[in-house]
Design a protein around this ligand. Sequence first.
Ligand code: SAH
Ligand code: SF4
Ligand code: F3S
Length: 477
Amino acid sequence: MKKRTTTQVSREEMEKQAYFSRCIAEKNATFAAGKGRKPVAFVRTFGCQMNEHDSEKIAGMLEMMGFETGTGFEGADLIVINTCCVRENAEEKVFGHLGALKGLKRENPDLIIAVCGCMTEQPHIVEEIRKTYRHVDLVFGTHSLHVMPELLWRVIDGKTRVFEISKTDTEVAENVPVKRNGSVHAWVTIMYGCDNFCTYCIVPYVRGRERSRQPAAIVEEIKGLAEAGYKEVTLLGQNVNSYGKDLPEPVTFAELLDTICENTVIERIRFMTSHPKDISDELIDVMAARPAVCRQLHLPVQSGSTNLLRRMNRHYTREQYLERVRKVREKMPDVALTTDIIVGFPGETEENFEDTLSLVEEVRFDQAYTFIYSRRVGTPAAAYPDQVPDDVVKDRFERLLALQNRISREINDGFLGATVDVLCDGLSKTNSERYTGRTEGNKIVNFTASKDHTGETVKVKIDSVQTWSLEGAAVED
Ligand code: SAH
Ligand code: SF4
Ligand code: F3S
């Protein structure tokens, strides 16, 4: 097979987008002069960190176009819904919102509604929006993110509905404006797409083939973030371990991590997601050797049964997974491990499920994100005949959750009375008298302090623990 190589979207194309962005900015300036306020754009995001970061790019482009950032649907002049389709309930939520937006559009016919993200890469969803949700003006897929200015201009200037689902997936766009949500932690996408085709998963169909950014572009971005005061980055990719294979001059993920550590002063580096089949000794060694790389690993296992793992097309056995965990812990005994698990994959027997429970007992993850299997149109597993009945799945899900909650709580109990280093993100969103931050192991810590430590690493003495977080007080002198 011919090797595919990833290239960058041309400078001309990006300049064209900057031009359309200016066209919209001019219109928006006229709007502001007439109404005494800038037009408001509200972006609502569903899905994973990748989508969250894409929404930061959407917000960045909208800011360049002269939009004010909105905080809700009401009163917005432009609404963008960035969608996820990894499970059915994610899609249902989006359709629920779309239905509700019909009323807003009736009240304000000038309101522009755009839908983008993973759902809109599926032809049957696009058709449904086209036919049933006629108040939606613009639909674009994940591959068209960087051409949003042009698409939006076509809606505004041409007063027509625009549907743009491009399938080009050999390019990456650089220098898209970004408006980040935080000031301490930043997402950095290092690669797009996925080539793994796990049999339950829709992601490869909606995000396309793996495409890596150039190491130099990633290093530049992180340098800029460090200069702007950011302390922590999370490198994003569906399978970061296969980073760089598609570059004209291939680079491994471990080499990329090393280069970032060598050339930037960023304090903390995390990454997700690592596929267990590809986590190399080289990567484990770099993690162990580089203090900036957090000793935290998200390593989705999906199932503890070799039989099911084979049917899931995961390319590792239970034993191989456990061997990787042993290796990681041998090099980094204090590493925090998290995982994803699917319950009720087609054909899952009680015995298979018990294999998952015993693996969870054996590994003792700090946290596990557990999901009920959801049938996704177009994936191989959706056609498997042996789907597991709902009541059986629900019962297994509850048992797994109870087990993991107990383990998470026991691990957190071990922190009682300890003093931990916490990178402070700012005030807690739920309690304005407390600050929040994370440990190197990515545990959320809510704490009291006599002054604002945002962006600083502070010592916090833990005095109470929950299943999902730790609580305490800053040790200040
Ligand atoms: N690329 C990442 C995660 C992608 S989606 C990885 O491979 O780990 C995040 C999680 O959603 C997956 O790890 C899986 O546990 C879950 N997931 C994906 N498809 C699913 C489906 N059809 N039903 C239920 N959970 C699913
Ligand atoms: Fe989906 Fe598997 Fe790719 Fe993860 S590695 S995005 S689970 S196909
Ligand atoms: Fe969802 Fe797309 Fe992420 S399907 S999980 S938003 S890659």
